[in-house]
Design a protein around this ligand. Structure first.
Ligand code: ADP
Length: 997
C-alpha cells in the first residue's frame, strides 16, 4: 500500500520525506499490532512510562514510534464508543491511516502538512500533540473559529482523556480563571486571536503573576495555517482604550473639498469618454484612432477606471489592445514628459492595482487655491536652528515661536494625511464591497469570506475617513495599550507546525518568514475529482445566466451543487436569480459558525443547492448523500476566480473527499476585477477577440494558464505587502520583547526594591553627569541647583546645595541614594511587607506600561510620518528604523525618570501617604518647595494583599472630573471619577491611577 502512495507523489523533497517515513510507519504499525494484546490499563500506563523516559533524557524523536502506536491503538479500542461533542453523541469510528501517521510525523518535525479536505486533519493532530505533551509543557492547537475549537477539543478529547491527558479549550469571553485552567491542561485548543490576546494581556497588562494565564509557547499546530498566517496577517491584534486628550479630527472639515474634487474628476472622465466614444464608434476597421482618443482612454484608465463608458469600450478587444500598446509607449523613459503632462490633466490618479490614489498639481491647486505650499511639510529642524540663532529674541518669545512652528507643522501634516486618506476612501473603497454601513457604523467586510469583521477598524485614520465620507458619526480613535501581529505571535513558539488543504502556492512565503517547509501528504485514496476548464464570458450577466442554467440542470438530475461566490453581494444576486428559476437553495450568510457548519454539511445531499462565499463553512466536511455517488458526486460551480489561487483550490477541494467522485468548474467574466486588473492582456485578449465576435463563451486550457499567471501576479504583490508590514513590525517586535521581558521580570520579582533602587541610582548618576562635568572635579553651581530642584520634586525630600558643592560626584551619588533608600525602608513601619512589595512592583509596572503605551502611539505616528517623507527619496523603512531606535532610547530614559518619580507617590492609604510625606520632610529637617501638594493623591491597594484601609478614605481626595483608571480582574477602564466612584464603592473595582486631575 505504501508503495502505491509513493508513486502518486511528485516533488522530490516530498518523496525524500516520505521515503524516510516509510520504515517508521512500518514500525508504528508493528508496535500497534503488539499493543493489541495489552489490557486497557497496560496501554494507558504507557503514557506515564513515556513521560518518565522523556524526563530521564530520552528524546521525543526516539519515543515517536511507540507513542504514535499507543495513540493509534487507543483509537482502535475506542471504536464503537460514543463521544459527546457539542451536546451530541458522536460514534467514534476512526483508526489512524498510514498517511495520517506520516502527517503526524511532519507536524512533529515543525512542517506544514498539506492534506486535502476530508483527509482527517483533526485526527492527525492527536499524534504529535500527544507526543509533545509528554514533556509536561502546554501544547496547543489553533482552529479558525471558536466553534471548531470546542468541537475538536471535545471530539479528540475522547481519545486524549482515555490516554490520561487533560484537554482544555479557550472560548471568547471566558473569564481569566477558566482560561488559566485551560492553559494548565496538557493540550489546549483555541483560536489565534484568543491566544494572541491572552499573550498581550499576560505580558502587557497583568498586575500580578497569578493573573497571567498562559504557561508555555512551546509546541503549536495551526490548523488552516494559510488562513491564519496569510489572510489574517494584515490586521494586527490590538487592545485599546479611549484616548484621554482629544483634538478635532480634520476629516469632517476636509470631506467636502475632497468630495468636490472627486465629483470634478467624474465629470472630467465622463466628458472625455463621451468624446472618445464618438470617434471610436465611427472609425473604420482599417483605420487607427487618433492619438488624442488614445490619450483619453489612458486618462480614464488612470483617473476613473470604473467609469461605465470606459468599461464598455474596453469590452472591445481592439480598443483594449490599442490602449495596452499606448500604455506601453507612455511608460517608456522617452515619453516621461508627455506622461507627466497627461497626468496633470487629472485631479488625481488612481492605481487599483497598487491600491493608491495620488493628488496631481491640478488637484492640489483646486483644493487649496493660491497656497502652493499647503502640501509641503514645514521644515521644522531648520526653523529651530533659525530661532536659536536669532539673538534678538527673548527666551520666552523664542519658546512661543517654537510652539507656533510645531503647531503649524502638526496641522500641515495632519491635513496632508487626512486628504490622502479621504481620497483613498472615495477612490478605492466602495460601499457594500469593502465595507457596509450598518446602524450608523462603517463595518469592514472581509474580502475573503464576505463576513463582517465586527469590531475591527482600518488603521491610520482610514476608517474615520470612510466614516466622514458616509456622513456617519466618527468614532474616536483609540489609544493602543498593546498590539502584536499574528505573525509575530506565532514566531514566538519554540516549535510551530501547521495543517491545511492548500499551502503549496504560498510555500516560499512560509519558508522565508516562518522557516516552515510544506510537505504534501498523499491522500488515503486517490482523488478522482474532475476539474473542468474555465469558461470565460464577456459580461457578468452572461456568466450568471450560464451558471443558473448549469445549476438548474444539475438540480434536475439530483446532483448536489455548491456554488462559490466572491462576495456577499454576488451570493445574493445569484440567490435571486435561482429563486426566479424556481430552484430551491440555501445561502450561507456566514454569521453563526454552528448553523454554517450544519448547512455546509448538508450540501452533499441529493438535489441540494448551496450558495456560499468562498471560505464559508471551512473546516466542515461535506459527506455525500445516498445515490449522489452515481450522479457524479458534488458539483462545485465557482462563479469567480479569486485573486489568489489558494482560495480557489480550497473551493475545489470541497468536493471529492476521500476518493469520492466530484467535479468542479470555474466561470469567469471579463468584468471580474481579477480580469479587469490583471489578465486582460496577451493571450486572453487575442483569443477573446476572435471568439467574442460571435458572442460565445470561451473555454481552453490556455485560458486557465493565463488566469493562473494573473493570480500569481496578485499573489506576488500581496506577499510584498505582507513582507513590508512585517519589516516594520519587526522593529516594534524587538522593542516589545525587551519591554515584555522587563515587565515580566518586574512582575515576578520577589524583591522589586533592589531593582528600583538600582534604577534610581542610575538616574541620579546620569543627572550628576551634568553637575560634575569632570567626575573628579568640582560641581557646577547652576547645574547643581537644577539637580536640587529635581531631587526635591521627585522624592519630596530636600538635599542642600551646600551638600553637593562640598562633595565629589561619587559622594553625592551615595548621599542621595542613601536618603532614598532610607525613606523607602522607613515605610516598613507603616505598611505590611506584602503591601510594600505590591506597591514597589506597581511603581515599575506603571512606569513601564505608561511609557510603552506612549511608545506604541509614537511609533504609529512615526510610521505615518515616514510614508509622507518618502517623497524626499529616502527609504522610509530605514528612516523608520533610525527614528524608532531614538524613540526607544528616550523611552528607556523616561522609564528611569518615572520610576524615581513614582516611588513616593502611592501608598495603601491616605494616612500612610501623609505620614510618608511628614517623614520625608522631617528627614531633611527643612521644608522644601515641594510639600505634599506636589504629590498625587492616589492610593492603591494590592489585589491580594490585605487591605489596610477602607477605600472611603480615598474618595474625597479625587476631583469629580478627574480621569482615573480602574480595574477589576483583567479588565481596566478609564473613567471620570464621578462615574467610577460608584463602581469602586459598590462593585469591587479598584483605582489603579489618576490619569488627569
Ligand atoms: P479535514 O479537516 O482534513 O478536512 P476532518 O478532520 O474534518 O478532515 O475529517 C474528515 C472526516 O474523515 C471526518 O468525518 C472523520 O470522521 C473522517 N476520518 C478521518 N480520519 C479517519 C480514519 N482514520 N478513519 C475513518 N474516518 C476518518
Amino acid at each position: 500500500m505504501f508503495l502505491s502512495i509513493l508513486k502518486l507523489f511528485a516533488g522530490s523533497h516530498h518523496r525524500k520525506f516520505l521515503r524516510k517515513c516509510a520504515p517508521i510507519v512500518k514500525r508504528i504499525n508493528a508496535l500497534e499490532t503488539e499493543y493489541q494484546k495489552l489490557s486497557d490499563d497496560q496501554l494507558r500506563a504507557k503514557t506515564e512510562e513515556f513521560k518518565n523516559r522523556h524526563a530521564k533524557g530520552e528524546s521525543l524523536d526516539a519515543l515517536l514510534p511507540e507513542a504514535f502506536a499507543v495513540v493509534k491503538n487507543a483509537a482502535r479500542r475506542l471504536c464503537g464508543t460514543n463521544a459527546t461533542v457539542c451536546e451530541h453523541e458522536l460514534a467514534w469510528e476512526m483508526v489512524h491511516f498510514d498517511v495520517q501517521l506520516v502527517g503526524g510525523m511532519a507536524l512533529h518535525q515543525n512542517k506544514i502538512a498539506e492534506m486535502a479536505t476530508g483527509e482527517g486533519k483533526t485526527l492527525v493532530a492527536t499524534l504529535p500533540l500527544y507526543l509533545n505533551a509528554l514533556t509536561g509543557k502546554n501544547c496547543q492547537l489553533v482552529t479558525v473559529n471558536d466553534y471548531l475549537a470546542r468541537r475538536d477539543s471535545e471530539w479528540m478529547g475522547h481519545l486524549y482523556r482515555w490516554l490520561g491527558l487533560t484537554v482544555g479549550c479557550i472560548q471568547n469571553q471566558m473569564p481569566g480563571d477558566e482560561r488559566k485552567a485551560a492553559y494548565g491542561c496538557d493540550i489546549t485548543y483555541g483560536t489565534a486571536s484568543e491566544f494572541g490576546f491572552d499573550y498581550l494581556r499576560d505580558n502587557g497588562m497583568a498586575l500580578a503573576p497569578d493573573e497571567q494565564v498562559q504557561r508555555d509557547h512551546y509546541f503549536c499546530i495551526v490548523d488552516e495555517i494559510d488562513s491564519i498566517l496569510i489572510d489574517e496577517a494584515r490586521t494586527p491584534l490590538i487592545i485599546s482604550g479611549p484616548v484621554a486628550e482629544e483634538r478635532e479630527p480634520a476629516f469632517p472639515r476636509l470631506r467636502q473639498p475632497v468630495a468636490g474634487l472627486f465629483e470634478l474628476q467624474i465629470r472630467l472622465v465622463t466628458r472625455l469618454m463621451n468624446e472618445a466614444r464618438e470617434e471610436l464608434e465611427k472609425i473604420a476597421e482599417n483605420k487607427e484612432p487618433s492619438a488624442d482618443s488614445l490619450d483619453k482612454l489612458w486618462l480614464a484608465a488612470h483617473g476613473m477606471p470604473r467609469n461605465r463608458i470606459f468599461l464598455r469600450l474596453m469590452e472591445n478587444g481592439r480598443w483594449r489592445k490599442l490602449l495596452e500598446k499606448h500604455e506601453g509607449v507612455l511608460a517608456s523613459e522617452i515619453e516621461k514628459d508627455r506622461r507627466f503632462h497627461l497626468k496633470e490633466r487629472l485631479y488625481f490618479s488612481i492605481s487599483e492595482r497598487n491600491h493608491e490614489a495620488d493628488l496631481s498639481q491640478l488637484g492640489r491647486d483646486t483644493l487649496r487655491p493660491g497656497e502652493p505650499d499647503a502640501f509641503v511639510l514645514p521644515d521644522l529642524p531648520s526653523r529651530y536652528v533659525e530661532l536659536d540663532n536669532d539673538e534678538s529674541l527673548t527666551h520666552e518669545r523664542r519658546a512661543e515661536l517654537r510652539t507656533e512652528a510645531e503647531v503649524a507643522y502638526a496641522q500641515a501634516s495632519e491635513d496632508i494625511h487626512a486628504i490622502g486618506q479621504l481620497l483613498k476612501a472615495y477612490a478605492l473603497y466602495e460601499k457594500d464591497k469593502q465595507y457596509v454601513v450598518h446602524e450608523g457604523k462603517v463595518k469592514i467586510v472581509d474580502e475573503n469570506t464576505g463576513r463582517i469583521m465586527e469590531g475591527r477598524r482600518w488603521s491610520d485614520g482610514l476608517h474615520q475617513a470612510v466614516e466622514a465620507k458616509e456622513g456617519v458619526a466618527l468614532e474616536k480613535e483609540n489609544k493602543t495599550y498593546a498590539t502584536v501581529t499574528i505573525q509575530n505571535y506565532f514566531r514566538m513558539y519554540q516549535k510551530l507546525a501547521g495543517m491545511t488543504g492548500t499551502a503549496e502556492t504560498e510555500a516560499s512565503e512560509f519558508n522565508d518568514i516562518y522557516r516552515l517547509t510544506v510537505v504534501a501528504i498523499p491522500t488515503h485514496r486517490p482523488c478522482i475529482r474532475i476539474d473542468d476548464n474555465d469558461i470565460v464570458f464577456k459580461t457578468r450577466k452572461e456568466k450568471y445566466q450560464f451558471a443558473i442554467k448549469e445549476i438548474a440542470e444539475a438540480h434536475k438530475r439530483g446532483q448536489p451543487v455548491l456554488v462559490g461566490t466572491a462576495s456577499v453581494e454576488a451570493s445574493e444576486t445569484l440567490g435571486r436569480m435561482l429563486a426566479m428559476a424556481k430552484v430551491p437553495h440555501k445561502i450561507l450568510n456566514a454569521k453563526h459558525h454552528e448553523a454554517e457548519a450544519d448547512i455546509v454539511s448538508m450540501a452533499g445531499q441529493l438535489g441540494a443547492v448551496t450558495i456560499a462565499t468562498n471560505m464559508a463553512g471551512r473546516g466542515t466536511d461535506i459527506k455525500l448523500g445516498d445515490g449522489v455517488r452515481e450522479l457524479g458526486g458534488l458539483y462545485v460551480v465557482a462563479t469567480e476566480r479569486h485573486e489568489v489561487r489558494r482560495v480557489d483550490r480550497q473551493l475545489r477541494g470541497r468536493c471529492s473527499r476521500q476518493g469520492d467522485p466530484g467535479r468542479s468548474r470555474f466561470l469567469v467574466s471579463l468584468e471580474d476585477d481579477l480580469m479587469r486588473l490583471f489578465a486582460n492582456a496577451g493571450i486572453i485578449s487575442s483569443m477573446l477577440e476572435k471568439s467574442f465576435k460571435e458572442g460565445e463563451p470561451l473555454e481552453h486550457p490556455f485560458l486557465n494558464h493565463s488566469i493562473g499567471t494573473a493570480q500569481k501576479r496578485v499573489e506576488g504583490q500581496n506577499y510584498t505587502m505582507r513582507k513590508r508590514l512585517l519589516q516594520y513590525d519587526d522593529v516594534l517586535n524587538q522593542q516589545r520583547q525587551i519591554i515584555y521581558g522587563l515587565r515580566n521580570r518586574a512582575l515576578k520579582a520577589e524583591d522589586s526594591r533592589e531593582t528600583i533602587m538600582n534604577i534610581v541610582e542610575e538616574e541620579i548618576e546620569a543627572r550628576l553627569d551634568i553637575v560634575f562635568p569632570d567626575p573628579d572635579g568640582d560641581a557646577d553651581r547652576r547645574a547643581a541647583d537644577t539637580f536640587v530642584h529635581w531631587f526635591v520634586t521627585t522624592f519630596h525630600m530636600r538635599i542642600d546645595l551646600e551638600d553637593i558643592l562640598a562633595r565629589t560626584k561619587a559622594q553625592v551619588i551615595l548621599l542621595a541614594t542613601d536618603r532614598v533608600r532610607a525613606l523607602q525602608a522607613s515605610r516598613e513601619e507603616h505598611e505590611s511587607p506584602e503591601v510594600l512589595q505590591y506597591l514597589e512592583r506597581n511603581v515599575l509596572l506603571r512606569a513601564i506600561d505608561r511609557n510603552w503605551q506612549n511608545q506604541l502611539t509614537e511609533m504609529e505616528d512615526l510610521r505615518r510620518g515616514v510614508s509622507l517623507r518618502s517623497y524626499a527619496q529616502k527609504d522610509p523603512l530605514n528612516e523608520y528604523k533610525a527614528e524608532a531606535f531614538k524613540a526607544f532610547e528616550r523611552l528607556m530614559q523616561q522609564l528611569r525618570t518615572d520610576t524615581g518619580a513614582g516611588l513616593f507617590r502611592t501608598a495603601s492609604s491616605m494616612e500612610a501617604l501623609e505620614s510618608l510625606m511628614r517623614r520625608a520632610q522631617g528627614q531633611a529637617k527643612a521644608t522644601g518647595p515641594a510639600g505634599a501638594g506636589a504629590t498625587e493623591t492616589t492610593a492603591t491597594t494590592p489585589a491580594n494583599a490585605p487591605k489596610p484601609e477602607p477605600f472611603r478614605r480615598l474618595t474625597p481626595k479625587i476631583g469629580r472630573n478627574a480621569v482615573v483608571r480602574i480595574r477589576k480582574g483583567p479588565e481596566t477602564q478609564d473613567l471620570k471619577w464621578k462615574k467610577a466612584e460608584a463602581l469602586v464603592r459598590d462593585e469591587g473595582w479598584e483605582v489603579v491611577e489618576t490619569l488627569s486631575e
